[in-house]
Design a binder for this molecule. Sequence first.
Ligand code: 9WN
Length: 447
Amino acid sequence: MQIYLYSNSMTVSSTDKVTDAQTILHTNSQGDWTYAAPRLYPHQWLWDSCFIAIGISTYNSLRAANELLSLRRGQWANGMLPHIIFSDAPDYWLGPEFWQSHKAPYAPRHIETSGITQPPVLAIAAKTIADRLDSTRRKRFLEEIYPVIIKYHTWLFTERIHQGTLLQLIHPWESGLDNTPPWMYLLKQYHTSPHSITPPGALQHVYPVRKDLRVVAKNQRPTNGDIHRMVDLALMYRLADYQSKHILNKPLIAVEDLTFNVLAVRASDALEEIAAYLGVSLPPIIKKGHKQLINIFPELWDAKAGEFFSRDSKTKKLISQTSIATFLPLYAGLATEEQAATLVKQLKNTDTYGAPYPVPTTSMASSYFSEERYWQGPIWVNMNWLILQGLEKYGFYREAKDLRTKTIQLIESKGFYEYFSPLTGAPAGAGNFSWTAALYLELLSNN
Ligand code: 9WN
């Protein structure tokens, strides 16, 4: 393997870590695509692959382009990009036998996938990588990836949006922040409500064995209760062949999720730039959907709380459980200057988000807060990376630099873990986690 090193201002320890990060990505590589993590997640995840490609493009933009193009093989005939494309590795506890995508009419025939999606980072990653390719390769790459993104965004703006709504998600796994408080709060309510299709516990005989707990400590993963509710929901969708139109007509969960919609707006911006570069015009449904997101997004701001929240699309009520997603609108320029200033105050508040190691995935004052438990407290590198770009966008350069430096130092001192305690910096979750390695490279390259 060839290791490419940065030069200029890097310290000796950074150059060693660059080698380590590239080695992890190389070891996790399966040819054109990359395991999210070797033991816990030996398959291809949608948004992981996008972060991974961005990191790889700091030293090998062709390999990065292939990482994104490899997502094509999992695309459903209706345009959906599934959140997991399965490899032959037997280890994952929610594998092909759980999802049974081959039974769904639109799923690809030659490969097994999950039946739901994940945040639409693809167009953002494609634009970033294209900018790092030489002009001949850039054009060729964009011509190849453009139809994939168009099909995907068309599906999003056809199946996942209604009049007056943002994009709607049907499962917490689609948000990428699986057990994040707003989703867990809503899911618990749904599960005990008369609208629930499955009475609690009814599907216990099909609950998969929690093999994840063989790899990662119990306190660091979602609770059994949360997992069972998530599994129940996914099984309901399996019965509906994962057809969102059908699913969204039933009284199941539908959430206008903050993270997903922020990334969809930013992705739509990137797609517009790609179309302009290729000299083509975007399908009207995508243009219209993009506008609708921008127009409706301000409804997610709760002035009293001084936070953005996801919204329960069924009741039209904001789900006022605080989470790190409140800071993400900065990344897509979706906050006013005043809202941005309020959010920055929250980021610095030592009772809520101003943790010794920033940024906790939920407020330290939330009843959900746990320094170890997955998306209910720990620091995730992709979130820090998005937030610091948002801070830069609004001119908070000092705060952005501080977050960048602290994130780099944390990874250099603790390793390439999936997440870290915001109180002590202790590493948690999977080791050799690909997007931590990838975004470390990206963070350094823009330092
Ligand atoms: C379920 C792969 C994925 C990430 C998600 C993260 C985690 C899976 C799991 O791992 O989710 O999709 O089994 O817990 O929450 O963001 O994409 O790294």
